[in-house]
Design a protein around this ligand. Structure first.
Ligand code: TRP
Ligand code: ZN
Length: 867
């Protein structure tokens, strides 16, 4: 093991030096890149003491270092494995020349190559692989970047800010100089060089400035840029309307790269995107893909204010930019499409994956107190739970005061590197509230549990609800509880005598509170945590009748969906306990039929309500995960739904079949969603007519959403009579799309998730397929990630665990960030039955035995084994 030292928030000290300007010259050569960095440094007036200048650096070959024009000899500086130490006066100009090898960089951090082009990824600590630097977000500098390269192979040379000069240095070499007028931390630096083509447009800002917008891609992808461009323009307009934030440079660029560890990166003026988050067209991209492009383009754009103009003091404040920006992009998507659908999708992710993370070995507060490797903290907790916390502030303050707070925040802290405290302070300033109790949300790890009891006194017409928080945090949380009372006619009117209700929201601050309603004429069903008003686990004993009532009469769309899911969980639990499917599911079938035949409902919501909770979610809510019992009960219930609701399902399918050209708008997306939801059930019937519907839909190739749904449902039905049709379809799909990397990834995922004991053999076979690339993160996620996260029956056995451990060990040599992510399923062993626990644990132990583990993987594996 390399040194695995934890870094603590409590140890934060301001930097000893500041870097006023950073001048970089890159000479891109075939076997190395030479980087010349000229830094104007001075002692930080607000740091105490003298001491040397300690620069961060990793994996570089130092060629020379000079201070104020004087080249240093080897005894005048100290070179460590991850640092360069110099003694300098109060002000100096440092010039450092380093050589790096981008073509050998498979970690995809720092400067690397992807499909022949050069690109960078500097967040969080990648810049220190480019040159020696104070690589920390509270050191903000003005950057000038010059790039020299071969002109034919790298005609496009990009960096942050504005292009200020170009020239030729040899017959075959050219250079371009960029200057970014905004001071920024090194993690926002970017460089791109390649043979790229582009799509351009313009946006006129609210003050009338014209901004050039350019998306750079490989030539073959020029036909997949329109949706990202449209999304970008919408996002720019939305940030002006909703937050009063205008773009600040005259140029905004996006570059698409094939090899990327995450979704995308908000580098100032030059966002770099995973191709999967920017490219889209109807033939190759599903509705889910369109959604993702829209939200990621917006997310990265919004970072220009929440992240770049106001940045983080240190990486413990990561959620300052990420939680806030996820909240912003989620509101944007809600305004562009269907608000309730977006809320359901976000909450599904939170409750399935963030809750599981928070119950596992890597559980951490939204503001972590320590880390070994910061890359391991780009988590669902920091992003999604962080966004839920911002949403609660929005709910507590209301939109006007929230906006007043964000105006204050952006104006007061513009150009600064700040902490989560400054953000909450802005909320306090705008509202005049004391939010000190609310801070617990940032500080405490784990999901709070809220237990609720109710009592109805018919005589007094009084209904009361008692809310008890499980105070494992030592103190109670402050949260908004959106609430309503529902009877068979809908919303029940009543009068709350104990609490103020603001827009349907009560504020809870005590460990135990009783909320009393008067003039309640009949026994109501409480609709609790409407719109998921706080990220908690709720425990209230509803009957199946209550769920059915909420599904039909709740005024809150989110809670109608929530009731459908809770009812399904309860039915599957009954099936697992041995009850026959027909009797266990009678209420559910009845409720599903009502939903299916109610023309007044949004078809997108109907599709969501009719979708049974995933096996991952059922596992999350189980006390001990019985992989096979969960799978079996879900399968039986699906089959029974298909059989009993065959007629209305077929009707809905036929009604929603449209031959219109593909459009990505809420209405068309909803129509495809309900149609495909119906098909997913119908294909479970042993009925040749349905098989024809399905194959027709596939071979029609009307759009990727419909083709892929047909292929997926048919393959996942996993019935012997369908194997031949399935294999033909899979073959056809590959032949059609082998030249489209992102589509091939869909093809890999469909096969990796066929629920079968033979899944491992399929996955191993596909790893040998010419289309597979074990170093491309999208391919690894598509095949190994889908197999281990979304195929419980195929994955959860000793062979599956050993396979994953081997893949993790291999990948760690090349790409530690990815290795530490794909190991996740093994780390959750505690939640499983004995046999699985043992298998997963010994797979983890086999990883821990490797002597050369990266910090990334070491942190995850050692914390898991200590858990
Ligand atoms: N800041 C990026 C975002 O918008 C996250 C990110 C992109 C990232 N690439 C990364 C984080 C590489 C760590 C490593 O969410
Ligand atoms: Zn982000």
């Amino acid at each position: 093991m390399t040194q695995a030292q934890a870094i603590y928030l409590k140890d934060y000290l301001p930097p000893a030096f500041l870097i006023d300007t950073t001048d970089l010259v890159f000479d891109l050569r075939d076997h190395f890149t030479e980087v010349t960095a000229t830094l104007k440094v001075r002692r930080n007036p607000s740091a105490s003491g003298g001491g040397p200048l300690v620069l961060n650096g990793q994996d570089m070959i130092l060629q020379s270092v000079s201070v104020d024009g004087q080249k240093l000899s080897a005894d005048e500086y100290e070179l460590g494995p991850e640092s360069l130490t110099l003694s300098v006066a109060d002000e100096a100009t440092i010039e450092c020349v380093t050589h790096i090898k981008p073509h050998l960089n498979k970690a995809l951090e720092g400067l690397y190559q992807s499909s022949g082009m050069y690109c960078t990824q500097c967040e969080a600590e990648g810049f220190r692989r480019i040159t020696y630097y104070l690589d920390r977000p509270d050191v903000m500098s003005e950057f000038t970047t010059t790039i020299h390269a071969n002109e034919t192979r790298f005609p496009v040379l990009l960096s942050n800010g504005n292009k200020i000069e170009v020239g030729k240095s040899a017959p075959d070499r050219h250079w371009v100089k960029w200057h970014d007028p905004f001071k920024k931390p090194a993690y926002l630096f970017a460089l791109v060089a390649g043979d790229l083509k582009s799509v351009s447009d313009q946006f006129k800002t609210m003050s009338g400035r014209v901004v050039d917008l350019v998306i750079y891609v490989e030539e073959k992808d020029l036909d997949k840029c329109a949706h990202a461009m449209a999304s970008l323009k919408k996002a720019m307009a939305w940030d002006e309307d909703v937050y009063g934030r205008e773009y600040d440079l005259d140029l905004f660029m996006i570059v698409a790269v094939d090899d990327f560890n995450m979704g995308a990166m908000e580098n100032k003026g030059l966002n770099i995107f995973n191709t999967s988050c920017v490219l889209a067209n109807p033939a190759t991209t599903t509705d889910m893909g369109y959604d993702r492009v829209e939200s990621v383009v917006a997310h990265e754009y919004f970072h220009n204010w929440s992240g770049n103009r106001v940045t983080c003091r240190d990486w413990f404040q990561l959620s300052l930019k990420e939680g806030f920006t996820v909240f912003r992009d989620s509101e944007f998507s809600s305004d562009m499409g269907s608000r309730t659908v977006k809320r359901v999708e976000d909450v599904k992710l939170l409750r399935t994956s963030q809750f599981a993370e928070d119950a596992g070995p890597m559980s951490h507060p939204v503001q972590p107190q320590s880390y070994i490797e910061i890359s391991n903290f780009y988590t669902l907790t920091v992003y999604e739970k962080g966004a839920e916390i911002v949403r609660m502030l929005h709910t507590l303050l209301g939109p006007e005061l929230f906006r007043k707070a964000t105006d204050y925040y952006f104006e007061t802290y513009d150009g600064q590197a700040v902490t989560i405290n400054e953000f909450v302070h802005a909320m306090e300033w705008a509202s005049g509230r004391d939010l000190s109790q609310f801070m617990l949300w940032y500080q405490h790890a784990g999901t709070p549990q809220v237990n609720i009891d109710s009592h109805y006194d018919h005589q007094a017409q009084q209904y009361s609800i008692t809310v008890r928080q499980n105070t494992s945090a030592g103190k109670p949380f402050h949260f908004p509880l959106a609430i309503g009372l529902v009877d068979d006619h809908g919303e029940l009117t009543s009068n709350c005598t104990t609490h103020t209700i603001n827009n349907g929201v009560i504020e809870v601050v005590n460990a135990e509170e009783t909320i009393t309603f008067e003039q309640v004429q009949s026994l109501p069903t409480p609709s609790l945590f409407r719109n998921f008003s706080a990220p908690v686990r709720v425990n209230y004993s509803y009957s199946n009748d209550d769920y059915a009532r909420l599904m039909e009469h709740d005024g809150d769309g989110f809670n109608r969906w929530n009731a459908s899911q809770a009812l399904a969980v309860s039915v599957m639990n009954q099936i697992q306990a041995g009850e026959g499917v027909a009797s266990a599911s009678a209420d559910l079938i009845n409720a599903f039929e009502k939903v299916l035949t109610n023309d007044a409902l949004d078809p997108a919501m109907v599709a969501l309500m009719l979708t049974l909770p995933s096996e991952a979610y059922l596992s999350e809510v189980a006390s001990i995960i019985d992989v096979r019992a969960i799978h079996e009960s879900r399968k039986q219930l699906s089959q029974h739904i298909a059989e009993t609701l065959q007629k209305p399902l077929l009707k809905v399918y036929q009604k929603s079949c449209s031959k219109k050209p593909y459009e990505f708008d809420a209405k068309s997306v909803a129509e495809r969603a309900i149609k495909n939801r119906a098909l997913g059930y119908l294909i479970l019937l042993d009925d040749s007519n349905v098989v024809s519907l399905c194959t027709d839909q596939y071979y029609d190739q009307h759009n990727m959403t419909d083709s892929l749904a047909a292929l997926t449902y048919l393959a996942h039905a996993h019935r012997e009579s369908l194997f031949e049709v399935r294999d033909d379809m899979l073959e056809d799909f590959y032949q059609r799309w082998h030249h489209e990397a992102l589509v091939v990834n869909l093809w890999l995922s469909v096969q990796a998730t066929i629920p079968s004991e033979s899944a491992l053999a399929t996955v191993k076979g596909l790893m040998e397929h010419p289309s597979y690339d074990a170093l491309n993160p999208n391919k690894v996620r598509a095949l190994i990630g889908h197999y281990s996260n979304q195929n419980p029956i195929g994955f959860h056995n000793v062979a599956g665990y050993e396979f994953l451990a081997q893949q993790v060990i291999k990948l760690d040599q090349a790409n530690p960030q990815m290795a530490a992510r794909i190991v996740t399923p093994l780390t959750r062993y505690k939640r499983y039955q004995e046999r699985e626990q043992m298998g997963m644990k010994s797979a983890l132990e086999s990883i821990a035995e490797v002597s050369t583990l990266s910090k990334d993987l070491f942190e995850v594996v050692s914390k898991s084994l200590q858990h």
